[in-house]
Write a protein that binds this ligand. Structure first.
Ligand SMILES: [Zn+2]
Length: 264
């Protein structure tokens, strides 16, 4: 242990020893220290606590305690949900992509079907997809693409069967601003405001285009009038999740949100 004077100016973790204090604690020599979390505030540490390797004013301990609490919360989410359809859907998705013993593994591996990095944890999956509505299963919209937010939805078995086949003939979308484009073999989004035409691109998932449509309406008109969400074709949750993903939550004001909620 360095002599008392030599200790001045030394750095230990977040602590810097400033000077020796006049004050004694339990009859021990004390040092005035500052912690990097608040350089303005002087704190006293005894030579014993410094010698024991203390590294902060107490902020490190608090941060670690919070981290542990957060980890426990995540574990309890996972634990409480481990028997739910949402968790089972996630676990099966992982098994198809990761587990060589799964019957679908070889087929998935050969076609390069995988899941996005965020969905490696159940929490990440739950955050994107929400809880599985009763009676629905996890469905990839384009069966040749992997598991991610853009290509997945909760769907019923009938819908899954339809998606497994190549789209044939005329298809329609229930959403406003979305139509099926036979030439591209995909849905197309478009809208017209004040005589201007806006092309919103092509996508296999018409719900995403419906969200794009609503996003554009909100952006151009500053109001939710005539959006898919207002017409109840799209749930407010779907739209908010989409806007959130795009970092555009500001498009839906509190008033618009409560107005839309009141309509649902
Ligand atoms: Zn501190």
């Amino acid at each position: 242990m360095p002599a008392r004077k030599e200790r001045i100016g030394t750095v230990q973790g977040r602590l810097t020893v400033v000077r020796i204090s006049e004050e004694k604690i339990n009859n021990q020599l004390t040092y005035v220290c500052v912690c990097s979390c608040n350089p303005e505030k002087e704190i006293l540490k005894t030579s014993t606590t410094l010698g024991a390797g203390t590294k902060s004013c107490g902020c490190l301990y608090r941060e670690n305690a919070l981290k542990q609490l957060e980890a426990c919360r995540h574990m309890s989410i996972t634990h409480n949900m481990s028997q739910t359809p949402t968790y089972i859907a996630w676990r099966n998705m992982k098994a198809r992509c990761d587990d060589p013993n799964h019957q679908a593994y070889a087929n998935y591996k050969a076609r390069g079907i995988n899941y996005c990095a965020e969905w490696a944890t159940f929490e990440g999956f739950l955050k994107d997809m929400g809880e599985c509505p009763e009676g629905l299963t996890l469905n990839r919209v384009d069966v040749n693409k992997g598991y991610d937010l853009n290509n997945c939805e909760w769907a019923n078995y009938t819908k899954q069967g339809r998606d497994k086949r190549k789209p044939k003939g005329r298809q329609t979308s229930k959403y406003k601003g979305v139509s099926f484009n036979t030439k591209e073999g995909k849905y197309k989004g478009a809208l017209r405001v004040d005589g201007n035409y806006y092309h919103l691109g092509y996508h296999n998932n018409d719900k995403i285009l419906a969200c794009r449509y609503d996003e554009k309406v909100l952006e151009l008109t500053g109001s939710s009038g005539g959006t898919n969400a207002q017409l109840k074709l799209l749930s407010l949750n779907d739209l908010e999740t989409y806007l959130d993903e795009r970092g555009r939550t500001n498009l839906l004001s509190k008033e618009e949100r409560s107005k839309l909620l009141a309509n649902i």
